[in-house]
Design a binder for this molecule. Sequence first.
Ligand SMILES: [Zn+2]
Ligand SMILES: [Zn+2]
Length: 255
Amino acid sequence: MASPSSDELLGTFVPIAVYWIYSGIYVMLGDLNQYRLHTKAEEETKNVVSKGTVVKGVLVQQAFQVAVSLLLFTFMSGDSGVLLPQPSFPVIILQFVVAMVVVDTWQYFMHRFMHINKFLYKHIHSKHHSLVVPYAFGALYNHPLEGLILDTIGGVLSFLISGMTPRTAIFFFSFATIKTVDDHCGLWLPGNLLHVFFNNNSAYHDIHHQLYGTKYNFSQPFFITWDKILGTHMPYSLEKRKEGGFEARPIKKID
Ligand SMILES: [Zn+2]
Ligand SMILES: [Zn+2]
């Protein structure tokens, strides 16, 4: 048993700060009607929870995650205080990619299972889907058990399998947080660099949040590979709305 190192503490708390800072930037950008994937009216009628409830729900789930992470570090840490040397930059990049693949694989199967299993959907995952029109700070509006299964266990697996240091993990978990918030921002902003590098983006995930889309686009948060391999990929076209903004429309027939 050891107390968590400073890097482990940073790896726990920095992604939470990043979550609120990055989603706070989206709040400050305002409504941006010309880039929205849904109108404000749709947001008000389709979302069944208030923003206050969402903020509280995210804070509860983050508190739960902090508690679990600190417990894990306390019981799993090696020699506390001994700083592991950082490997070379190419090795760090490789560890990042391995960790992305591990998180994606874990989350795809767990996420899909939460849709297939009616009990898990009703009691756990439906909470995330109460936001039919996603927005940035609702990205982690999840049941705490979903946070534990998808995010915490997925995070631990990616950390262990990639072999990254706790210092690299601060950056990796912060990046994964940014990606998740961005995928829920509800906007199609020109020049979004994440859209250049990843096909899994706000429009792709928006399809999954629609009532017709819950059998498609389970992949998250980085790639769309598992959806493509396992036939759950729903391509979309981005159409301009007459009220302003865009609409992500499925291209394939919905089953
Ligand atoms: Zn889902
Ligand atoms: Zn989502």
